[in-house]
Design a protein around this ligand. Structure first.
Ligand code: HEC
Length: 295
């Protein structure tokens, strides 16, 4: 042991402690690399997407139920939910599931998903996933997409003595706002979810119904057929002079700006209501499109 002078038992203890710590860190590091590979082969390093291969997987008669759990970091203005709460599948069976993300803010946002699996020991058997995790993902202001995740649970889960008792696995994702948005992929590559008129109907009841009905005047003018109608033109309704003189026809872009801030769109207008969330405006406008007299 040239060069190492052991001075006292305390020094020995310190050296041992440092070695143990180093060993623990090394193990952890290599473990997370393995997890990284297993989890995100499809969207892995260098931005290349490798297709998922499922051909070699053998199936077992044993079933496992996979639950999905989603979170967003505090202050991240995304809605992020699993489309299905769980799936039940045979070990080795390929599964395709979807997660829906919606940017509730008025600016493009790049997100970054982290994941974990419980119980931890099942993590090693989650295989060949096609996923949005480990890539920076950009979602345009107000956009809503459904993101696929493809995976199977390795049949070895059923033969490894430490995991034979596992019948349920929970896969959790958490989206954080990315610190490195440059080079992010665009989530628009996934199918956009169309505006949801039913959700818009609920919002209408909550936020507009006190003042508006489909075909009769209340505090505000009737709104059935408003898309494509001349602004301020319902006969007999006491519009502000500003809206009456606005001189445009309501289309989706106008309605979007009006709902975001009526006074900014038509200075002098008298609607005391704003809808700051782009996604809510999209759904509301989808509802206005199908709002008929008598509804
Ligand atoms: C507190 C009452 C109130 C609420 C709540 C309200 N509005 Fe209005 N709205 C009005 C008034 C009053 C006007 C007429 C403004 C004017 O004459 O300047 C109006 C006008 C409009 C117009 C223009 C119609 C036309 O004939 O040109 C649209 C479109 C509209 N509102 C949509 C909505 C939607 C959608 C909501 C719900 C998100 C909503 N409003 C919530 C009071 C309200």
């Amino acid at each position: 042991m040239y060069g190492v002078v052991v001075k006292s038992p305390r020094t020995v203890l310190t050296v041992v402690a440092v070695c143990v710590l180093l060993a623990a860190m090394t193990t952890l590091t290599s473990y997370s690399v393995t997890l990284y590979r297993l989890f995100c082969q499809a969207t892995g390093a260098n931005g290349t997407t490798q297709r998922v291969t499922t051909a070699s997987a053998t199936q077992s008669a044993r079933d496992v139920t996979v639950f999905f759990d989603t979170n967003v970091a505090p202050g991240m203005p995304w809605r992020f939910v699993p489309v299905q709460r769980s799936v039940r599948l045979h070990l080795g069976q390929d599964a395709l599931v979807f997660f829906e993300a919606q940017n509730l803010s008025g600016r493009d946002i790049t997100g970054h998903a982290t994941f974990n699996v419980t119980p931890d020991k099942a993590g090693l058997y989650f295989k060949k996933i096609q996923c949005f995790c480990f890539t920076e993902e950009r979602l345009a202001a107000g956009a809503r997409v459904q993101m696929p995740v493809e995976f199977f649970v390795d049949p070895a889960l059923g033969t490894d003595p430490s995991t034979t008792d596992v019948n349920e696995i929970t896969l959790s994702y958490t989206f954080f706002e990315s610190k490195r948005p440059a080079g992010a992929r665009n989530l628009s590559r996934f199918a956009a979810v169309p505006p949801d008129a039913a959700a818009g109907g609920k919002l209408f009841a909550e936020r507009c119904g006190a003042c508006h009905a489909a075909d009769r005047a209340r505090v505000g003018p009737p709104l059935a057929g408003v898309v494509g109608r001349q602004a301020g033109s319902v006969a007999g309704f006491p519009y502000s002079a500003a809206l009456q003189a606005a001189g445009f026809v309501w289309d989706e872009a106008r309605l979007d700006r009006w709902l975001a801030d009526p006074q900014a769109e038509v200075p002098g207008a008298q609607m005391p209501m704003r809808v700051p969330e782009p996604a809510a405006r999209r759904d509301l406008i989808a509802y206005l499109r199908i709002l008929h007299p008598g509804s």
